[in-house]
Each structure stands twice: as C-alpha cells, then as structure tokens.
Design a protein around this ligand. Sequence first.
Ligand SMILES: C[S@@+](CC[C@H](N)C(=O)[O-])C[C@H]1O[C@@H](n2cnc3c(N)ncnc32)[C@H](O)[C@@H]1O
Length: 533
Amino acid sequence: MRETNYVDETPINHRKDYGQFFTPVSVARLMTQWVMKDDPKTILDPAFGLGVFYDEVTKLKSGNQVLFTGYEIDNHILTYLNYNGSPNLQIENNDYLEAEVGSFDGIICNPPYMRFQRFLNRHDVLPKIEAKIGKKLVGYSNISSVFLVKSLSEINVNGNLAFIMPFEFFNTGYGKEIKKSLLFNHLLKQIIIFSNEKEIFSDATTTVCVLLCKNDGKDDDVKITVVKTNEEIDKISDITNFYQREIKPSDLPYNKKWTPLILALFSEQEPPKGFCKLSFYGTVTRGIATGANDYFALTKSKIKDWKLGDNNVCKCITKSSQIRQSIFSDDDFSSLYNADKPVHCLDVKDHKSQEIIEYINEGEKLGYHERYLTKTRNTWYKIENRKPAPILFGVFNRGRLKVIRNFTSSINFTCFHSFYPNEPGKPLINKLFVYLLSDIGQQIIKTNKRCYGNGLDKFEPGDLNDSLCPNQKQLEMIDYEAAESIIDIAKSDTKMAIRISNYLIERIMTAKQDTPLALSGGKHHCQLSLIAK
Ligand SMILES: C[S@@+](CC[C@H](N)C(=O)[O-])C[C@H]1O[C@@H](n2cnc3c(N)ncnc32)[C@H](O)[C@@H]1O
C-alpha cells in the first residue's frame, strides 16, 4: 500500500536519481531469516527506503529486541513512513556513504543501483571510505558495490550480512576486489539466484542476486540457491538449508568471471557415452501414501489382537529404518515381523468380516477417516493397489543414495520410492541394481539430487527417472551370473559388493560393446574379491 502510493505519487525521475526500487516482501523475508538467525542485538539497513526489512524484522518474535538503524538520503521518501512509536528504530536522514555508522551484528540492504558518474559527491566520499577500509576503490562503476564494500567493513565478528547485488558484479572489473575480500576473509556463504527474475523482481532493470555473508572466518563451501517462483520462496522456512549446489571457495578464483562458473554447476553434465535415462527401463513412483500411517501400519501383535486375517493385510515396509542393507530378503522380513515391527499394512479385501468391521469402526472412532488424504478417497480405508517393487530408493539420504534390491513380496510406504521395470527392464533388473550400487552410478545419479542441508539429499521420483544409466547393449555386456554373485555378496558385505560393481561398471564404460563381461570364478566370493582388489 505504502509502496503503491509512493510509486504513484513520485515522478519516475526522482526514483531513478536515488536508485529507488523496492525489495519484494518474499525476498526481504529470506534475507531477514539470514540476518536474524544468530539473534543480533543491532541491525543496520544502509538504504532504508520504505523500510521493508525493518517490517520483516519486527514480524519476528525476537525482532522487537533488536536496535534497528536505517540510513536514507531522500527526505521525500521519509515522509511516507509512519514509524512513530517504534522505540527500537532509528532513522538517519543522511548519506550512508559519508556516515560513520559504527559496527553491527546484522546488516541487510538493497543498495541503490546507479552508475558512479551519476553519484555527484563521489570525489568527497571515496577518499573517506578508502581511508576506512585501507584499500583503493579503483574502477568502481556502480554505487551498489561501494555500499557493499563499506558494509563489509562494518559487520561485527560472527555477524550476518544479506545484500542484494547486480548479478553482473561477479563478472566486472570492479567486482574483482570485492570478490577477493569476500573470499580472503571467508565472508561469502551463500548466493541466491532468481531463475525467473521478472516474476520475482517485476520492476528491476538489472539482473539481481542476493549475497549472504557471515563474519566467522570459516572457510566454508559457498552454497548456491536457485529459486524459481514467489510461491517457492514462500515455502522456504530456512534459507541456510535450502540450496542446490555447493562450490569450494578455491573453485571461485576472484580474477575470473563467476557467472559461467556458477551456471556451469547447473548445466546438464556431459552424459557418459551411450547412456540412457532410467525411465527407459521402467518407472520410479512414490510409495503408498496412507494418510494415517499409525493406523494402516500393523505389527504382528496388532494383527493378532484384532484377528485381522491374511486376506486383509499385506506385507509392507512402513519406515525407512526397517531396511539397513542393500538387499532385503524374506529372512530380513521375518526378523522384523518376529521383532513385532510394523511390516504389514491394512489391505481390506473382505469387507464383511466381523474383525475388519471392528477395526474400521475403531479407525473412525479415532477420526482417521477425517484426515486430509483419507477423506478424499472413495472408501477411506482402501489404499492404492500396488505390486512389490524389485528396487527401492531412499527418499531422504545422507551420503550414499539408498538403493535396495527387494526380494520380498512387500510393498512400501512413501519412505521409499519404488522402481517398476517395464518389459525391457525386467530381465536387466539385477544388472541395473549393480550399476545403481556402484560408486559411478551413485555419482551420476546424485547430479540430480536436491540438497536439504546438513548433508541430507532428497530425490523426487522425477529426478530418478531422469537419471542416467548404461544402455541395453552396455548392460548386456554384464554376465547374468556376475550380477547375481554381486547380489549374493551384498547380502553380507556391501562394501565388497560395491567394489566389484565399480569394477564391472568401469569396464562396461570403457569396453568395446559386444564383449561379454564375466567374473571368473562365478559365484565364488574369494575369486571375486581378488578381482575387486
Ligand atoms: C534500492 S532502494 C531500497 C529501498 C528499501 N530498502 C527496499 O529494499 O525496498 C535504495 C534506497 O536507498 C536510498 N539511497 C540512495 N542513496 C543513498 C545514500 N547514499 N545513503 C542512504 N540512502 C541512499 C534511496 O533513496 C532508496 O530509498
């Protein structure tokens, strides 16, 4: 409202003269998350404008404890503010670049963008800033970079800074010195890029990004976050843990253009020769969403207590922790079942049995039929009709992607994604598993992951369907017996199975096609082990 009034009533030339364009609330919220994360006591906004960052800070519970200082050179824009009675806000109607502001726990800013030539008192201001930071500001052609350089020198130890910058600054001469100081002082932690910028920054005239810095002296990898839509931004509850790529500071030389280096992280990698998508061999789909796992997942004792017959339950993996190895066999299933783990699922076929009626009534009494998912089904307790999948994928993974060869007749909940092979895929299922288990397969598939922070990677079914696999001819080069032997070994020694898989997959990637790859020794583990060394 305040912004609409201001824009409607202010000549465009006035806004241009002061470099006034406003941060969308969604982006201001993300930047505020970063600056507020370590409970700062003081925050500076060097280019206050209509105060979007102050507004976001005060929306947070801890925001009222913060002493917020805003600098704003334009007294016209200040007449649009109405912050009377905000004891924690101090607005200085001054030129930030000329001011001695002290230092702050947090700095948050969308600086004015304008060419340096338009910046009239540059001859007075620059020597002062140079004296303060102890560096010559040569070739700085945009005022936003001078704001950044000055602010970087005003952030307290362990303080956080969030700055909107033109993306082009990564590639320009004037950006070099800033990049150098961001890296040498280990300040830069995360870069946010907006892939559909016009939707998010509708009135921006330049491509923008957000830099998130922390003055902790730690040589952390730099996280790269790409956000696509306003809707996506609204869902981010912790920006620190929302990113797709990481890059070592040493892979970002300050004297090179950064845009191509950053964009290269997202470009499709050169596919290995001859590889095709996993979807050529079948489909990865989400596991069964029950809408009420507590009710649908059944243990041996619960089945017994409620006298639920075999025809009304089915075997089912209900938690990701139930499978720890890469092979899931009937013996593994029995161990879980006998340990009274919930490895069955309600699967009502005989609606008329008295016991089933009682269990359904109990579910209704407890309100399970009113859940978000259950109430949208025709019959609330009728789960999707699914077949057991021979390969399962972990949804959330730390380190390696969990790939499981399922030899049981268990179906699975959403803790795993299920791979259902098609006709060409069926006979190749063991060979595909060998590839997915190998380090090479894992590396290739992981290029499609989404990082959720703290080393947690998430895979959507679509990510896995699109991941690359050897083609049919390449897989045919692996001997059937060899694949079976690896599976045998994986039952007791996953590491060894991975090493042998690596050996086979490396060979099919380099071998001439049509040369069958067998493992001498067939199923004899000791000979296979020798090969893997
Ligand atoms: C890009 S706008 C950002 C406004 C607001 N913080 C936001 O994010 O929506 C930059 C603001 O800085 C002000 N400004 C320009 N030069 C300045 C200077 N040297 N010192 C302080 N404020 C300045 C402009 O008047 C404008 O309001």
